[in-house]
Design a protein around this ligand. Structure first.
Ligand SMILES: [Zn+2]
Length: 118
């Protein structure tokens, strides 16, 4: 799993607090939203979600970036065309294509697809 587990949750909290709830590139502010969820036993609870942004790895995991290092994670606005995450993904994809990267070469950077990264 690329993201998930208690380690990732802790990283997200650190990054969120460092960013002050704003996109770290353009400064757009995110408003937390309470979302109702229902547990398997029918019990209802609320979770705080922050729609419209992504926790983004500055240096991609595929390129040897640290998965759970808060210094390698940034908060970016996302989800719509022109957003910071959208732009980064687009630029990254273009750079990767021009560099001739393929999924086979990812293995050369130490990226493994083990189900539990933590
Ligand atoms: Zn942004």
């Amino acid at each position: 799993m690329r993201r998930g587990g208690p380690g990732w949750a802790a990283v997200k909290r650190i990054v969120w607090e460092r960013a002050g709830g704003r996109c770290e590139r353009c400064g757009r502010k995110f408003e937390p939203v309470l979302k109702a969820k229902t547990a398997r036993d029918g019990h209802e609870y609320q979770v705080q979600v922050h729609p419209g942004f992504e926790y983004d790895h500055v240096r991609e995991i595929a390129d040897g970036g640290a998965l759970l290092d808060p210094e390698n994670v940034q908060l970016l606005c996302a989800g719509r065309e022109g957003s910071c995450h959208w732009l980064k993904t687009r630029l990254f994809g273009a750079a990767r294509r021009s560099a001739g990267f393929t999924s086979k070469r990812r293995g050369d950077h130490g990226f493994t697809t083990s189900p539990q990264a933590s």
